[in-house]
Design a protein around this ligand. Structure first.
Ligand code: FES
Length: 252
């Protein structure tokens, strides 16, 4: 919370003693996230051009009831809550969208709008952000499905091969996997909550894993950005190929 102490004793929205362009950091996030939200909403509700053998859009995976036997709407609407909930409750995204959209606070050491009324994540609805760990468990299931899709992308109707789409799907799931397993909750679960690795079961293995996850976690913001952009571009590529606007090039 950027109270008057953090803002150098100044009060009032946006007051600060900082001399740098602190507001610039919020702009790219606000623009990219807004574009991503608009594109994702359009694609989720559209319910078309999400599959062209052997490529399946990540927005529709796992594909449930594509023939509309019992679900009359877009299949994406059945599954998007999982990945969306994971991103919305992500520690990094929370910091970023609280600053960019809620201005609460606008930045470090910058006075915020609400002052004394700020309750943060101690009250409804933002207290629900604490279920992030459970979304992490759900995200692992999605990662498994997307790995299956990426492997499936090597199997074309006329045999095994590699297309541009195959490489795009592979790069996308690698980035999503790194983003998922660089999660702060995972780092906590794997060892961050321990005071003594040598006093616990599988201590050496947990310590090595924790060190690896920590190395990834240090760049969690980067993984959050590149994986978000890659998932959008993967869907866009598959949509263009499925609609006939673009021809997938077979490399092997
Ligand atoms: S903290 Fe970002 S995914 Fe968990």
């Amino acid at each position: 919370m950027a109270d008057s102490t953090a803002a150098g004793g100044l009060t009032g929205y946006g007051r600060t003693q900082r001399r740098d362009a602190w507001w610039i950091e919020n702009l790219p996030f606000a623009i990219v996230l807004t574009l991503f939200a608009v594109y994702t909403t359009w694609r989720a509700f559209a319910g078309d051009y999400y599959w062209t053998d052997p490529y399946l859009s990540p927005f529709y995976s796992p594909l449930i009831d594509p023939e509309h036997h019992w679900w009359p709407f877009s299949p994406a609407l059945l599954i998007l809550g999982g990945p969306l909930g994971f991103r919305l409750t992500c520690y990094y995204y929370r910091k970023a969208y609280y600053r960019a959209f809620f201005q609460d606070p606008p930045a470090c050491a910058v006075s915020e709008k609400k002052g004394k009324n700020y309750c943060g994540e101690t009250t409804f609805p933002f207290i629900l952000q604490n279920i992030h760990r459970y979304f992490f468990y759900i995200a692992i299931i999605f990662v498994a499905f997307l790995w299956y899709d990426a492997i499936r992308a090597f199997f074309f109707p006329n045999g095994v091969g590699v297309g541009v789409g195959t490489l795009i799907m592979l790069a996308n799931i690698i980035l999503l996997t790194i983003y998922t397993f660089s999660c702060h909750s995972f780092r906590h679960l794997i060892g961050g909550k321990l005071d003594c690795f040598s006093c616990t079961a599988f201590g050496p293995a947990r310590h090595s894993t924790w060190r690896g996850v920590t190395a990834l976690n240090e760049h969690h913001m980067l993984w959050a950005w590149v994986s978000m952009i890659s998932v959008g571009l993967t869907d866009l590529y598959i949509r263009l190929v499925a609609s006939g606007a673009l021809r997938d090039i077979r490399l092997l």
